[in-house]
Design a protein around this ligand. Sequence first.
Ligand code: SF4
Length: 351
Amino acid sequence: MTLPRTAQLRRRLLDWYDRTARDLPWRAAPGSARRADPYRVWLSEVMLQQTTVPHATPYFLRFVERWPTVGDLAAASDDAVMAAWAGLGYYARARNLLACARAVTADHDGAFPDTEGGLLALPGIGDYTAAAVAAIAFDRPANVVDGNVERVMARLYALETPLPAAKPALHALAGALVTDERPGDWAQALMDLGATVCRPAAPLCDQCPWAADCAARASGAAQTYPRRSPKADRPRRYGAAYVLTHGDRLVLVRRPPKGLLGGMLGLPSTDWRAKPWSVDEVLATAPDRQDWRAIGVISHVFTHFTLDLAVLRAEAKTTITLQAPMSWEPQSRLSDLPSVFLKAARLALPC
Ligand code: SF4
């Protein structure tokens, strides 16, 4: 008997997933009667929105060891969570993570809502995370579509519409494959296919359960899908950061709660603006009159701009009095800094 196309696609992908599913610390095994812990699924999904599984996994393991339940995380201090998040980027997500943990604890007795609608009502949970948690933790037939799934759908159907205009069509194509049968495994199977086989630059079509079904593969140019609109150049901004030390202590600053890297510890720095800073301006903005030396420039890519950050270094003769929110801190606190400041500090303070 020949299965209809949708059923055939589903059978092939779920069979493949049953054989090859990645063993991940937030996952239940394929087909398992045991459900994954919603707290671990939610935490992993928030982390994975901005980085890869190999990068996120050690962070995930540290978080669940230190805060094993959503209630433990809700009770943590903002500073402790922001410091543990350092290196994962997109710090607004860490603030939303805490707000969500506190809402689940205060308003839902520590139990995540088990529907997409209920999850969406929580702070910091958007369409994607709500769908992923509903499917993976609660086996709801939710349509879980991230960049990986968009790529797989664009290739399977060789969709010629470029991104981002293609998003609604890709969402609809993915949704047509979702059913009540094993929705959590289905979502994870598609994620695994996109992450390990249907890779962005070099898809491993010979290992793909959909090789015989895939229109992009048949075209001989699978890696050229999804089509993309030409990109505008990422704008460049300029700033300077100051590494002021006295022995093994250095000056750090708590950034304002709102805005980029809000609430994080950082190096004192100028604003980051579109026009390069002159030497006089950089010296006038320094946290103190010192014998500043220019060390070099680091570049750091944020979502909406690239930053060229000049790094200046001085050794103070004493621990001069500082105005809040600056403070003297041991150099061991460098590990709490977000990547951009860590890069700058490492340039000035080579180990
Ligand atoms: Fe992706 Fe190749 Fe599989 Fe098509 S056959 S879905 S391009 S890995």
